[in-house]
Design a protein around this ligand. Structure first.
Ligand code: PMP
Length: 407
């Protein structure tokens, strides 16, 4: 593997950690060091490393069939669970969040007959849909325009400019990879209204944020229909750590995939969209997803976990307040990020002013004290963390800040 890895985000100086095993919320590296896992695999590891309520049914299912090559009951059950849980009419499965977004884009382009797309500076929707520091040169060659996040007037102007050319807007309710930067509810409301006024499809990327509240983060910004996306994408924790992605939403958009329609054509005379993917309904992910949404991470658990995350973030902020270092925390619910900047950033442009050396010292200081976070500052509280581990984390953060201040 070039660079010794196959997932760029996992690398950091002087070399990435290599892990040998994990149990609950603890990770053991190949040298035998133990860490509290506060990264939770960038939100995919919400359940921790040994959730038997997910692993046992997966093992049982795999004894019966690994690769089916046909439809099977677990995918039907999971689709019902997803539609009920997230309030969507229809859903389809993919292998990853990236793919879910690519398919959501295809769905919107086919429905509208338009090609132009809008995403936001700081957005991340997959390796080939990367806008964290502007559009990456290796992005999929779609016709994207980039709007300013958390700037309602700027976004409205941009939507007006492209008007009836715009097929869809693609937006995260909280920009995760940019540093857990939540959207203002007002910005979301005005952006969605502007998109709808030009006939563009609203695609909400809740790959990370669907863990918040009973129905995902958008639903916590307001319960009215105006705040509902037309298509929502999902991924990460839903298959309990197995590969997963899904896109779902309005029946009229998703029914473009309905092969049961007579003659294989949908209402407007367009062809049914063919959606391929050998592993879309793979046994491990579908079975795991049923256990995660059906038993482990129910709406009640999700609601309580969001509140626990908010409490944890408030405690982090109070540890930071004991020190005079320019460090702040942003986030929502159980997802957050430490920033080496005195003021909590609102947009990726603010993140650009972080003190990179201090950011690295924070990461290394926590690591040295047995707490594994993302090098860029991300922290995700999971279901397996006990109160003692969270208290140890506050101590580790306090000691790290004291040590940095003393030098
Ligand atoms: N959207 C968002 C908001 C994400 O955070 C990610 C992954 N970090 C993706 C999409 C892509 O998901 P995957 O890595 O499963 O392709």
């Amino acid at each position: 593997m070039p660079g010794g890895h196959t997932r760029t985000v996992l690398t950091h100086a002087p070399f990435p950690l290599a892990f040998a095993s994990g149990s609950g919320a603890t990770l053991i590296d190949v040298d035998g060091h133990s860490y509290i896992d506060l990264l939770g695999d960038y939100t995919a590891g919400l359940l921790g490393h040994s959730e038997r309520r997910v692993l046992d049914p997966v093992m049982t299912a795999l004894k019966n069939n690994v690769s089916v090559g046909g439809v099977h009951p677990a995918e039907a059950t999971l689709s019902r669970l997803m539609c009920e849980r997230f309030g969507i009419d229809r859903v389809r499965f993919t292998n990853s969040g990236t793919e879910a977004n690519l398919m959501a884009i295809a769905t919107a382009m086919q429905a509208t007959g338009r090609k132009k797309l809008m995403s936001f500076l700081g957005g991340y929707h997959g390796g080939v849909l990367y806008f964290v520091s502007g559009p990456a040169p290796w992005n999929s060659p779609y016709d994207f325009v980039i709007a300013p996040y958390n700037d309602a007037a700027g976004t409205e102007a941009s939507i007006r400019q492209y008007g009836s050319d715009l097929a869809a807007i693609l937006i995260e309710p909280m920009q995760g990879s940019a540093g857990c930067l939540p959207a203002d509810a007002e910005f979301i409301r005005r952006t969605f209204a502007a998109a709808r006024s030009v006939g563009a499809v609203v695609i909400a990327d809740e790959v990370m944020t669907s863990r918040h509240g009973r129905r995902g983060m958008l639903s916590l910004m307001g319960s009215d229909a105006e705040l509902k996306a037309d298509i929502t994408t999902y991924g990460k924790y839903i298959a309990g750590g197995f590969s997963f992605g899904a896109f779902g939403g309005r029946a009229d958009l998703l029914d473009q995939y309905d092969t049961s329609v007579e003659g294989g054509r949908v209402a407007a005379g367009k062809p049914v969209i063919s959606h391929a993917g050998t592993f879309n309904n793979n046994m491990a992910s579908m079975t795991a997803g049923c256990a995660v949404l059906g038993q482990v991470f129910t709406a009640d658990v999700a609601e309580a976990h969001t509140a626990r995350g908010d409490d944890f973030r408030a405690s982090v902020a109070s540890v930071l307040a004991r020190h005079s270092l320019p460090v702040s925390v942003t986030g929502f619910g159980s997802m957050m990020s430490l920033h080496a900047s005195a003021q909590p950033p609102r947009t990726i442009m603010d993140v650009a002013y972080r003190d990179n050396d201090l950011q690295e010292l924070l990461f290394m200081g926590l690591l040295k004290r047995g707490v594994y976070t993302a090098a860029r500052g991300m922290i995700n509280v999971g279901l397996a963390h006990n109160d003692e581990q969270l208290a140890q984390t506050f101590d580790a953060l306090d000691e790290t800040l004291t040590a940095i201040s003393a030098n």
